[in-house]
Write a protein that binds this ligand. Structure first.
Ligand SMILES: Nc1ncnc2c1ncn2[C@@H]1O[C@H](COP(=O)(O)OP(=O)(O)OP(=O)(O)O)[C@@H](O)[C@H]1O
Ligand SMILES: [Mg+2]
Length: 414
């Protein structure tokens, strides 16, 4: 097991296009790191440079304290679990798992011991004599992980391992990978373009855009304290709503009324003709369901409901708003880049299932002014980000994580 450090990693392909552009990232021993971002942002390229399947144009790749830029993949002691698992169809599950040990000419007793141990962890005992073709997708994936386990690899690397599975199996496998990784405490780098996978699996998540790191943080910090519009729009489903506004005297004039900022955020925003105000769907409510005290910390406004979607435990309401053409265009572009169709000149708000609002009618809503972020539309920067609060969220997640790894390793030794 080992840490992975990337120092100013650049990858330019033949045509000079920088697929990965000056990426520096430290992954702690035992940590579960997610690389996430839209198609083409450089996730696979970065992972392939860790494994050694792709040359590094410049920068240093350091694994377990050693620079590995010039080491062949087979000398890096990493285990990559591919999307198609690459199992040998003619070999049994047992022999598939034993394969790396046979290559190393390990003796029979050792092979038996290590395969049995891996099968224990992976709950594959009853399948050891079967062939891969007779297994489910999830079982095959476990066999592939078994092979990685017996090799005592320093790190596991996954490139979108679940993208071929249907939604239900994807959910199951996600839970399984998380459980195994916690149990084994093996450093893991996991590539996905799915923000739900990123949020549920990772200790920390590295958000990439066009070969550049946007933010590296715990899922909670990404959600609560995003650095910019891109991260704010990418993390969360439905995404954060962005409203155009004028910032003046500590107040935001939005299409949904005036939002009063607290002193810290008022100072950070200052006076601006145009900002984008970000509010997540769950920070809205049907105003008739909000008590007096809560009303006072928010903004009450009237809006016409376009569409409602009832989900059982809550419901979504779509509230169109007016926006200058340049804002509408910016939201459209961001939406396209994030491969989402929901960032538009309408807010998606999540309200109590008990609300009686109706499509096509006007209703009174409330939004929580304390939860508002303010973005600079030109740079995309989050002007109101509370860096200290964010760092605290990631630090707490890191401590929980370190305790878990220690426990897992003590268990594995005992
Ligand atoms: N062999 C190659 N030659 C030239 N350019 C490449 C090559 N492989 C990837 N690229 C370019 O590098 C960029 C990053 O590609 P990469 O495969 O790392 O993206 P990704 O984030 O994994 O995307 P996806 O989610 O679609 O798998 C893309 O713009 C791509 O066109
Ligand atoms: Mg890829």
């Amino acid at each position: 097991m080992a840490s992975v450090e990337m120092r100013n990693i650049v990858k330019k392909y033949g045509d000079g296009f920088p697929a990965v552009n000056d990426v520096s990232l430290d992954i702690a021993d035992g940590e579960f790191m997610i690389l996430v971002g839209p198609s083409g942002c450089g996730k696979s390229t970065l992972l392939r440079m860790v494994v050694g399947l792709e040359d590094i144009t410049s920068g240093d790749m350091i694994i377990g304290g050693q620079r590995v830029n010039d080491k062949a993949p087979r000398d890096r002691n990493l285990s990559m679990v591919f999307q198609n698992y690459a199992l040998y169809p003619h070999l049994t599950v047992y022999e598939n798992i034993a394969f790396p040990l046979r290559l190393k000419k390990a003796d029979g007793d050792e092979i038996r011991r290590r395969v049995t141990e891996a099968a224990d962890v992976l709950e594959l005992h009853e399948h050891l004599e079967r062939k891969p073709a007779n297994l489910s997708g999830g079982q095959r994936q476990r066999v592939a992980m078994g092979r990685a386990i017996v090799r005592a690899a320093d790190a596991f690397l996954f490139d979108e391992p679940l993208s071929n599975l249907d939604a239900k199996l994807r959910g199951q496998m996600r839970t399984e990978i998380a459980r195994l990784q916690r149990r084994l405490g093996i450093t893991t780098i996991y590539v996905t373009h799915d923000q739900t996978e990123a949020m549920t699996l990772g200790d920390r998540v590295c958000v990439l855009r066009k070969g550049l790191i946007q933010q590296v943080a715990s899922p909670r910090e990404l959600y609560e304290q995003p650095v910019n519009l891109f991260v704010a729009g990418f993390i969360g489903s439905p995404p954060m709503n962005f409203l155009p506004a004028k910032a003046h005297g500590g107040k935001l004039e939005t299409p949904f009324g005036t939002i009063v900022l607290d002193q810290r955020r008022a100072d950070a925003v200052g006076e601006r003709d145009l900002v984008l105000v970000g509010i997540r769907p769950e920070y809205f409510e049907d105003a008739s369901l909000v008590d007096e005290a809560t009303r006072d910390v928010g903004t009450v406004f009237r809006a016409t409901v376009d569409v409602t979607e009832w989900l059982g435990d809550s419901q979504y309401a779509y509230l169109p708003f007016d926006a200058p053409p340049e804002v509408a265009a910016q939201l459209r572009d961001l939406s396209r880049e994030l491969d989402s169709d929901q960032l538009r000149t309408q807010a998606v708000v999540s309200i109590d299932a008990a609300s009686r609002l109706r499509e096509g009618q006007e209703a009174q809503f409330w939004l929580d002014s304390r939860k508002v972020h303010v973005f600079d539309p030109a740079s995309g920067d989050n002007l109101t980000r509370d860096a200290e609060a964010g760092a605290e969220l990631t630090r707490m997640a890191g401590e929980d994580r370190a305790a878990q790894v220690e426990q897992a390793r003590a268990g594995a030794l005992g």
